[in-house]
Design a protein around this ligand. Structure first.
Ligand code: FES
Length: 118
């Protein structure tokens, strides 16, 4: 542990912030200026703030809360956590999933580019 906190890195862009133990990933993302979406204000109500944690980093966060387990269901087993509920225990890197709207636009553009080649 560094004296002044733990580094939290948000992929895929790599924004980072150093925070104290107990800080939620959502608060860390705001400090890092990473784009974690939220609609419920951080009360495990919207599922929009989910991030993915590598299996080897699971113990870098607090255990899932009951609300988090209920909300995420099987996604929890795939490494997803709610950033408004998961709190930092040590340095960690998490991945922010691509925004669904952006993903749809990207796929459409890729299809168009593929069609243009033919
Ligand atoms: S901010 Fe809504 S579930 Fe986390």
């Amino acid at each position: 542990m560094r004296d002044n906190g733990f580094e939290v890195v948000f992929g895929p862009e790599g924004q980072a912030a150093t925070v104290r133990a107990g800080t939620t990933l959502l608060d860390a993302s705001r400090r890092a200026k990473a784009q974690v979406r939220t609609r419920c204000g951080g009360v495990a109500g919207c599922l929009m703030c989910k991030v993915r944690v590598a299996p080897e980093c699971e113990d870098a966060l607090t255990a899932p809360t009951e609300a988090e387990r209920r909300k995420l269901g099987p996604l929890l087993g795939e490494g997803f956590r709610l950033s408004c509920q998961a709190r930092v225990r040590r340095a960690v890197r998490v991945e922010i999933p691509e925004d669904p709207l952006k993903a749809a636009v990207r796929k459409q553009l890729e299809r168009q580019q593929s069609d243009d080649l033919w």
